[in-house]
Design a protein around this ligand. Structure first.
Ligand code: SAM
Length: 213
Protein backbone atom coordinates (compact mmCIF):
# COMPACT_ATOMS: atom_id res chain seq x y z
CA UNK A 1 0.00 0.00 0.00
CA UNK A 2 1.24 3.51 -0.88
CA UNK A 3 1.14 5.15 2.61
CA UNK A 4 2.08 8.73 1.58
CA UNK A 5 -0.72 8.61 -1.00
CA UNK A 6 -3.21 7.24 1.56
CA UNK A 7 -2.16 10.05 3.92
CA UNK A 8 -2.67 12.71 1.24
CA UNK A 9 -6.13 11.31 0.49
CA UNK A 10 -6.95 11.33 4.22
CA UNK A 11 -5.96 15.00 4.47
CA UNK A 12 -7.94 16.00 1.39
CA UNK A 13 -11.11 13.97 1.85
CA UNK A 14 -11.44 13.87 5.66
CA UNK A 15 -9.81 17.10 6.88
CA UNK A 16 -9.83 19.86 4.23
CA UNK A 17 -13.31 18.90 3.03
CA UNK A 18 -14.64 19.19 6.61
CA UNK A 19 -13.17 22.60 7.31
CA UNK A 20 -9.70 22.04 8.76
CA UNK A 21 -7.83 25.11 7.48
CA UNK A 22 -4.72 25.49 9.68
CA UNK A 23 -1.87 24.84 7.23
CA UNK A 24 0.49 23.73 10.00
CA UNK A 25 -2.01 21.13 11.24
CA UNK A 26 -2.60 19.88 7.68
CA UNK A 27 1.18 19.61 7.06
CA UNK A 28 1.71 17.68 10.30
CA UNK A 29 -1.11 15.26 9.45
CA UNK A 30 0.40 14.86 5.96
CA UNK A 31 3.80 14.08 7.47
CA UNK A 32 3.26 11.86 10.55
CA UNK A 33 3.10 8.16 9.54
CA UNK A 34 -0.17 7.18 11.30
CA UNK A 35 0.19 3.54 10.18
CA UNK A 36 3.25 3.17 12.49
CA UNK A 37 1.01 3.84 15.53
CA UNK A 38 -1.29 0.84 14.95
CA UNK A 39 -0.65 -2.91 14.93
CA UNK A 40 1.00 -4.03 11.68
CA UNK A 41 -2.08 -6.10 10.79
CA UNK A 42 -4.15 -2.90 10.82
CA UNK A 43 -1.70 -0.68 8.92
CA UNK A 44 -3.85 -0.76 5.77
CA UNK A 45 -6.79 0.72 7.75
CA UNK A 46 -4.74 3.42 9.47
CA UNK A 47 -5.87 6.20 7.11
CA UNK A 48 -9.58 5.32 7.27
CA UNK A 49 -12.19 7.77 8.58
CA UNK A 50 -12.60 6.02 11.96
CA UNK A 51 -10.88 5.24 15.26
CA UNK A 52 -9.06 1.89 15.53
CA UNK A 53 -8.42 -0.42 18.50
CA UNK A 54 -4.92 -0.24 20.05
CA UNK A 55 -5.41 -2.91 22.75
CA UNK A 56 -6.41 -2.70 26.45
CA UNK A 57 -9.90 -1.54 25.37
CA UNK A 58 -8.48 1.76 24.03
CA UNK A 59 -8.44 3.44 20.63
CA UNK A 60 -6.41 5.71 18.37
CA UNK A 61 -8.82 8.56 17.60
CA UNK A 62 -10.33 9.22 14.15
CA UNK A 63 -8.00 11.48 12.06
CA UNK A 64 -10.60 14.27 11.86
CA UNK A 65 -11.03 14.53 15.65
CA UNK A 66 -7.22 14.69 16.09
CA UNK A 67 -7.08 17.52 13.53
CA UNK A 68 -10.06 19.37 15.03
CA UNK A 69 -8.71 19.24 18.60
CA UNK A 70 -5.23 20.27 17.46
CA UNK A 71 -6.50 23.13 15.30
CA UNK A 72 -8.54 24.42 18.28
CA UNK A 73 -5.28 24.94 20.23
CA UNK A 74 -3.99 27.39 17.58
CA UNK A 75 -0.36 26.31 18.13
CA UNK A 76 2.42 28.61 16.92
CA UNK A 77 5.49 26.49 17.68
CA UNK A 78 6.89 27.58 21.07
CA UNK A 79 4.22 26.23 23.46
CA UNK A 80 4.45 23.68 26.25
CA UNK A 81 1.44 21.39 25.90
CA UNK A 82 0.12 18.79 28.33
CA UNK A 83 -1.74 15.84 26.79
CA UNK A 84 -3.79 13.43 28.92
CA UNK A 85 -4.21 10.01 27.28
CA UNK A 86 -1.10 9.18 25.22
CA UNK A 87 -2.74 6.00 23.86
CA UNK A 88 -0.92 5.09 20.64
CA UNK A 89 1.20 8.26 20.70
CA UNK A 90 -0.20 9.53 17.38
CA UNK A 91 -1.75 12.74 18.77
CA UNK A 92 1.48 13.22 20.77
CA UNK A 93 3.53 13.11 17.56
CA UNK A 94 1.20 15.60 15.83
CA UNK A 95 1.62 17.97 18.80
CA UNK A 96 5.41 17.42 18.76
CA UNK A 97 5.45 18.65 15.15
CA UNK A 98 3.60 21.84 16.11
CA UNK A 99 4.71 23.05 19.55
CA UNK A 100 7.85 23.47 21.66
CA UNK A 101 7.48 20.54 24.04
CA UNK A 102 4.81 17.94 24.71
CA UNK A 103 4.18 16.38 28.12
CA UNK A 104 1.91 13.36 27.77
CA UNK A 105 0.42 11.13 30.47
CA UNK A 106 -1.04 7.64 30.02
CA UNK A 107 -2.47 5.45 32.79
CA UNK A 108 -1.88 2.11 31.00
CA UNK A 109 1.85 1.44 31.24
CA UNK A 110 2.22 -1.04 28.32
CA UNK A 111 0.55 1.50 26.00
CA UNK A 112 2.93 4.19 27.22
CA UNK A 113 5.96 1.95 26.59
CA UNK A 114 4.75 1.14 23.08
CA UNK A 115 4.16 4.83 22.34
CA UNK A 116 7.64 5.66 23.73
CA UNK A 117 9.28 3.23 21.25
CA UNK A 118 7.40 4.63 18.24
CA UNK A 119 8.08 8.25 19.23
CA UNK A 120 11.77 7.47 19.75
CA UNK A 121 11.98 5.62 16.40
CA UNK A 122 10.50 8.67 14.68
CA UNK A 123 13.07 10.87 16.50
CA UNK A 124 10.78 13.27 18.32
CA UNK A 125 13.08 14.67 21.00
CA UNK A 126 10.60 17.22 22.41
CA UNK A 127 8.30 14.69 24.10
CA UNK A 128 8.18 13.73 27.80
CA UNK A 129 5.97 10.77 28.76
CA UNK A 130 4.73 9.60 32.13
CA UNK A 131 2.64 6.66 33.41
CA UNK A 132 0.26 8.30 35.87
CA UNK A 133 -3.32 9.39 36.57
CA UNK A 134 -3.60 12.36 34.21
CA UNK A 135 -6.61 13.81 36.07
CA UNK A 136 -4.02 15.00 38.60
CA UNK A 137 -1.98 16.71 35.89
CA UNK A 138 1.82 17.03 35.94
CA UNK A 139 2.42 19.52 38.77
CA UNK A 140 6.25 19.48 38.52
CA UNK A 141 6.08 20.80 34.95
CA UNK A 142 3.09 23.17 35.34
CA UNK A 143 1.92 25.67 34.23
CA UNK A 144 1.16 24.71 30.62
CA UNK A 145 0.23 26.95 27.69
CA UNK A 146 -2.40 24.41 26.61
CA UNK A 147 -3.91 21.13 27.82
CA UNK A 148 -5.59 18.53 25.63
CA UNK A 149 -7.53 15.60 27.08
CA UNK A 150 -8.17 12.73 24.68
CA UNK A 151 -10.64 10.74 26.83
CA UNK A 152 -14.20 11.58 27.93
CA UNK A 153 -14.70 13.04 31.40
CA UNK A 154 -17.85 13.61 33.54
CA UNK A 155 -16.48 17.07 34.47
CA UNK A 156 -13.41 19.28 34.16
CA UNK A 157 -10.69 18.01 36.54
CA UNK A 158 -9.79 20.96 38.87
CA UNK A 159 -6.00 20.21 38.96
CA UNK A 160 -5.90 20.64 35.16
CA UNK A 161 -7.53 24.09 35.34
CA UNK A 162 -5.01 25.01 38.04
CA UNK A 163 -2.08 23.87 35.89
CA UNK A 164 -3.21 25.89 32.85
CA UNK A 165 -1.59 29.30 32.25
CA UNK A 166 -3.69 32.43 32.15
CA UNK A 167 -5.07 32.85 28.60
CA UNK A 168 -4.24 29.18 28.01
CA UNK A 169 -6.75 26.84 26.38
CA UNK A 170 -7.89 23.36 27.31
CA UNK A 171 -9.67 20.99 24.93
CA UNK A 172 -11.71 18.35 26.76
CA UNK A 173 -14.66 16.05 25.98
CA UNK A 174 -17.16 16.37 28.86
CA UNK A 175 -20.39 14.41 29.27
CA UNK A 176 -21.77 10.92 29.88
CA UNK A 177 -20.04 7.60 29.22
CA UNK A 178 -21.77 7.38 25.82
CA UNK A 179 -21.55 10.91 24.47
CA UNK A 180 -19.64 14.08 25.28
CA UNK A 181 -19.49 17.69 24.22
CA UNK A 182 -16.05 18.73 23.02
CA UNK A 183 -15.25 21.88 25.01
CA UNK A 184 -12.69 24.58 24.46
CA UNK A 185 -11.94 26.17 27.83
CA UNK A 186 -10.08 29.49 28.00
CA UNK A 187 -8.70 30.48 31.38
CA UNK A 188 -8.59 34.09 32.47
CA UNK A 189 -7.72 35.25 35.98
CA UNK A 190 -9.25 32.64 38.21
CA UNK A 191 -12.26 31.76 36.05
CA UNK A 192 -12.73 30.27 32.61
CA UNK A 193 -15.03 30.51 29.59
CA UNK A 194 -16.40 27.54 27.65
CA UNK A 195 -17.04 27.15 23.93
CA UNK A 196 -18.65 24.04 22.45
CA UNK A 197 -16.96 22.41 19.45
CA UNK A 198 -19.77 19.85 19.02
CA UNK A 199 -20.58 16.33 20.11
CA UNK A 200 -18.11 13.47 20.22
CA UNK A 201 -17.60 9.99 21.64
CA UNK A 202 -14.41 9.09 23.48
CA UNK A 203 -13.31 6.22 25.72
CA UNK A 204 -13.53 7.03 29.43
CA UNK A 205 -11.11 9.24 31.34
CA UNK A 206 -10.50 7.10 34.43
CA UNK A 207 -8.97 8.59 37.55
CA UNK A 208 -9.36 10.45 40.82
CA UNK A 209 -11.06 13.43 39.15
CA UNK A 210 -13.05 11.57 36.47
CA UNK A 211 -14.76 8.16 36.08
CA UNK A 212 -14.12 5.23 38.39
CA UNK A 213 -12.64 2.16 36.71
N1 SAM B 1 -4.45 10.36 21.90
C1 SAM B 1 -4.50 8.95 21.67
C2 SAM B 1 -3.95 8.56 20.33
O1 SAM B 1 -3.62 9.43 19.52
O2 SAM B 1 -3.79 7.35 20.15
C3 SAM B 1 -5.88 8.37 21.82
C4 SAM B 1 -6.19 8.19 23.22
S1 SAM B 1 -7.47 7.08 23.66
C5 SAM B 1 -8.88 7.71 22.84
C6 SAM B 1 -7.64 7.64 25.36
C7 SAM B 1 -6.47 7.25 26.25
O3 SAM B 1 -6.65 7.89 27.51
C8 SAM B 1 -6.38 5.76 26.54
O4 SAM B 1 -5.13 5.28 26.16
C9 SAM B 1 -6.60 5.66 28.04
O5 SAM B 1 -5.88 4.64 28.67
C10 SAM B 1 -6.11 7.03 28.49
N2 SAM B 1 -6.59 7.46 29.81
C11 SAM B 1 -7.82 7.31 30.36
N3 SAM B 1 -7.83 7.86 31.59
C12 SAM B 1 -6.59 8.38 31.82
C13 SAM B 1 -5.98 9.06 32.91
N4 SAM B 1 -6.63 9.37 34.04
N5 SAM B 1 -4.69 9.44 32.78
C14 SAM B 1 -3.98 9.16 31.66
N6 SAM B 1 -4.50 8.50 30.61
C15 SAM B 1 -5.80 8.11 30.68
Amino acid sequence: MDMPRARKKMVETQLISRGITDERVLSAMMKVPRHKFVEEAMAAQAYGDYPLPIGYGQTISQPYIVAEMTQALGLKGYERVLEIGTGSGYQTAILAELCGRVYSIERIKPLLLRARNIIDDLRYFNVALKAFDGTLGWSDEAPFDHIIITAGSPSIPPPLVKQLKDNGTMIIPVGSRDEQELLKITKSDNSFTKESLGLCRFVKLIGQNAWEE
